[in-house]
Ligand binder design. Sequence first.
Ligand code: NIG
Ligand code: FE
Length: 392
Amino acid sequence: MTSTLVTGIAELTTCRSDVDDHVGPDRLGLLTDAAVVVEDGVITWVGAGREAPDCDAVVDVGGRAVVPGFVDSHSHLVFAGDRSAEFAARMTGAAYDGGGIATTVSATAAAGDDELRALLAKRLAELRSQGTTTIEVKGGYGLTVEAEARLLRLALEVTPETTFLGAHVVPPAYATDRAAYLDLVTGPMLDACAPLARWADVFCEPNSAHAFDGEESRAVLEACAAAGLLLRVHGNQLGPGPGAQLAVELGAASVDHCTFLSDDDVEALAGAAGTTSATLLPGVEFSTRMPWVDARRLLDAGLDVALASDCNPGTCNTTSMPFVIALAVREMGMTPAEALYAATAGGAKALRRDDIGRVEVGRAADLTVLDAPSYLHLAYRPGVPIARAFDL
Ligand code: NIG
Ligand code: FE
């Protein structure tokens, strides 16, 4: 077995798991002048550079900062087509209502497997070059049995974190018979997709003509859980709704968006800390001109908070977690430390993964190096490409 010493780390963010400090400055478990030993893709030693053991190979990062690779727990990465005109219309006042998803469904249906593979590979290269080492990928732009299974097969080629999202929107052909679409999603579509997915998700939004109300969402999620899938929910994005409390009630790993949470929702999520995270997607607020989430309110109430990109062609077409971190700090009231934690250990928790998101012995050697002396530069230097995933 070959051992590699990564040294010259001016500041190492460990997100060490033995610090039980929900929002305080110790949360990141920072080490200065640190080193890490990696063997077979696993971290086997973490400590002060001057105490590092001898290794077969040495990589000196030259006084840069190292952080855990970003864990992007929410994306819709398999799609074709472009909705930049829809974005431009929103910037002059148009509202987002999910109706544009049909455009992406058509464009995706028209693309062959190799075209989708190439698009996916380009997006993966983009996100790795910005420090992301784990990505969750949803279907949801197929909406037929064959098309949803195809998207998940392609997603599974690049990540184990695949999510069945047949209940993304009701296809226009089913607009007058929603029950028939729900039967399809919870019947043959689920049968075809369950072997290809770890997770199931639903777009729960009671006041959208396109998405699913509380009872419809419950039916989908319960059927998916019975098929062995773990649950996550798109909830409370476009307005107040039952998504967050449904996620808590059904033991989902996360409710994502959380743009409109009532005090009762916050209380329910606080009571579910450890089981159900609140995943915030500030790039969506940015690209849809929706109100910023008050992350301070959620953190102070004791919620488990994660940050993710939601990369998709409609509400947020970015692969950049540093951009997401910068927005969360500037616009959502998170400290730089809280935002980095939410983008690493927080994302891992939202994916129920204990092998990633922290730099500790026994965990995966998913490291991201910053061309900067401190993690603070992630938010301090917005738009500057300082983060990249380390190839070890
Ligand atoms: O997370 N809200 C639902 N789904 C995506 C957007 C999908 C689209 O508009 O293409 C989201 O925002
Ligand atoms: Fe999404």
